[in-house]
Design a protein around this ligand. Structure first.
Ligand SMILES: [Cu+2]
Length: 249
């Protein structure tokens, strides 16, 4: 009995320790690159929430495993046990509790961040600007509402919701901007949509390499170089730039 109590103490002690380590890793360390869109906040919140929920679960399993290793080891060879230990009997309360807790967790994350996050990202189809994106081996072409078109950079106005209408000219690619955290497949013969609201100015630089469009679907030899810098500017600057672009075309 004394021994059993100590086994449980080990288990709960390890569980608490691992939870503390996990929470420190999730909350104490800045894991994610800079956010440049409202959508990035939604995605990062979901990511952190899922990590927080998984910490106690993963710690529980690890604590059970470690307790078994540390407390239930036995010697091999002649000094070791000569017969099996007593069988373990089903514990209906434990089983029922496990079923309820894990089902509630699965249902909970399906609702939030699942449905809630999805509706925040694409529940609304209004947008201030529409930009057509055509992906092909190995570049992206952006066409603005006034007909201006470029493959050199993607310029976006700050605090304006943009709908990207994405397609591909040859094979499947994927339109992804790491600093916005969202991406969508570019499929030949289809138009897929993605909404982004950049919420601070910034542009691609060596130490802000995440402000770029990057193909995220392996598409051949030039896949990794299929990237275009992104620049987020004020509305006035954007209007002037896009007017120039159309004139040049
Ligand atoms: Cu590609």
């Amino acid at each position: 009995m004394q021994r059993e109590r100590r086994d449980w103490a080990w288990f709960f002690g390890l569980w608490a320790l691992l939870i503390a380590i996990g929470l420190f890793l999730v909350l104490g360390i800045d894991l994610l690159p800079g956010q440049y869109a409202r959508e990035a906040e939604v995605v990062d919140e979901a990511y952190i929430l899922l990590l927080l929920i998984s910490v106690p679960v993963f710690a529980l399993v690890s604590a059970a495993l470690l307790t078994s290793f540390l407390r239930f080891r036995t010697k091999v060879g002649p000094e070791g046990p000569t017969e099996d230990g007593p069988p373990i009997h089903t514990n209906p309360k434990l089983l029922g509790g496990w079923l309820v807790v894990t089902s509630a967790l699965a249902l909970g994350v399906t609702i939030n961040p699942g449905f809630v996050g999805l509706s925040e990202l694409r529940g609304e189809s209004k947008a201030e600007h529409v930009i057509e994106v055509t992906a092909q081996r190995w570049s992206f072409r952006f066409t603005y509402e006034n007909g201006g078109t470029t493959t050199q950079e993607l310029v976006l106005p700050v605090d304006q919701r943009v709908r990207f209408e994405v397609t591909a000219a040859d094979i499947v690619h994927s339109f992804w901007v790491p600093a916005f955290r969202v991406k969508i497949d570019a499929v030949p013969g289809r138009v897929t949509e993605l909404y982004v609201t950049p919420d601070r100015e910034g542009e691609y630089e060596d130490d802000e390499a995440n402000i770029r469009v990057q193909c995220a679907e392996l598409c051949g030899i030039g896949h990794s170089t299929m990237a275009v810098p992104v620049r987020i500017v004020s509305e006035e600057e954007f209007e002037a730039w896009v007017a120039d672009l159309a004139e040049g075309a």
